[in-house]
Design a protein around this ligand. Structure first.
Ligand SMILES: [Zn+2]
Length: 72
């Protein structure tokens, strides 16, 4: 029998709202407002939310992350 227990820290992103911005980097209208939570995970299950909650603007096309809202 082999049990694999893994633990660590992971980021969990959740999209907030339905507003979409245009990416200043790749011009794709695919920038979403995301809430980024850091959690302590055990066996890939988030157990304890820790660290800070960040609000970011993330582009789904090129992956560019910005803390400020794009102008468009
Ligand atoms: Zn982009």
């Amino acid at each position: 029998m082999f049990f694999c227990f893994t633990f660590g820290f992971d980021n969990f992103k959740r999209r907030q709202g339905n507003r979409v911005w245009t990416c200043p980097n790749c011009s794709a209208p695919d920038v979403h407002y995301v809430k980024n939570n850091e959690c302590f995970t055990f066996c890939f299950i988030p157990l304890i939310p820790c660290g800070s909650t960040k609000h970011l603007y993330e582009c789904g096309t090129c992956g560019r992350v910005n803390v400020y809202a794009p102008p468009f």
